[in-house]
Design a protein around this ligand. Structure first.
Ligand code: ARG
Length: 261
């Protein structure tokens, strides 16, 4: 079902239904953001990364960005991605950029799952308003309220945003998310986590893909999700679906180690 919708979206060149494709990068240097949110403040989320193909990401270590599998083309040498750090305003002259030199996509990635990847930077990044986001290693934080953030569309079908936006969305249980009024079994309960309001109105959207969903952990913020897909954006009964980081944390950690950090 999701694959069919993605194909339809590609054919129509209009992203209207559930899709895991990144926002078109060609439309604008700043491409589709968070719906129902507000502008973030400088330094609030120092781990937020904007990727040149039109996706978000989170700084996992000084040389690695965690993003969605559907934002990259596969595993291997890749020097074509530019990552932007340290700013809310993508056009700010104080932004810091790095080129990629390698991409690792989840070995189990396919159009319906294991939607994560690590992008290795050509050189380590650091500086003012730049910092890492730890990933959760247990399911303890897979509940409650989550923060989502990104430069993607602020409404379904809308333009990408110049300024980073943020919003809060509540956890939606697998049972509810897979119920007939929501995703009717399309969600992989172990590997994906849903978040949003039954009434809609607040959600990630095209161009937010790959960005983190996070919350307060034992000591500071921890990443619990990666923006992956949804049916449209912020529609009633259609929460956002996120890669469940707790499920993949050991694999992410092992991949990071193999990439050198
Ligand atoms: N696949 C989209 C992207 O590439 C993210 C979609 C998230 N959708 C949602 N309704 N939460 O940017």
């Amino acid at each position: 079902m999701r694959r069919w919708r993605t194909l339809l979206a590609v054919l129509a060149a209009t992203v209207t239904a559930a899709t895991m494709s990144p926002a078109p990068a060609s439309a604008d240097p700043v491409t589709p953001t968070v719906v129902g949110g507000t502008t973030a403040t400088l330094g609030e989320f120092p781990f937020m990364v904007r990727l040149s193909m039109g996706c978000g990401g989170a700084l996992y270590s000084p040389t690695l960005v965690l993003t969605a599998g559907h934002c990259v083309s596969g595993t291997g040498t890749n020097t074509s991605i530019t990552a932007t750090f340290g700013v809310i305003d993508l056009q700010s002259t104080s932004r810091v950029t790095r080129k990629s030199n390698y991409v690792y996509r989840a070995p189990g990635y396919n159009s319906t799952g294991d939607d994560w990847a690590l992008i290795r930077l050509a050189s380590a990044v650091s500086g003012t308003n730049i910092g890492t986001l730890p990933i959760t290693t247990s399911t303890t934080y897979d509940t409650g309220n989550f923060t989502i953030a990104g430069w993607g569309a602020a409404s379904e079908g809308g333009a990408q945003q110049r300024y980073l936006r943020k919003a809060t969305v509540p956890f939606v249980s697998d049972t509810t998310c897979n119920s007939s009024s929501m995703y009717a079994g399309q969600v992989n309960a172990a590997r994906e986590i849903c978040a949003g309001f039954t009434a809609g109105g607040v959600d990630t959207c095209q161009g937010d893909s790959g960005g983190p969903m996070f919350r307060q952990g034992a000591s500071g913020l921890v990443q619990v999700g990666i923006v992956s897909w949804g049916d449209g954006c912020a529609r009633p009964n259609k929460p956002g679906v996120y890669t469940q980081v707790s499920y993949f944390s050991a694999a992410i950690k092992a991949a990071a180690t193999s990439l050198g950090g």
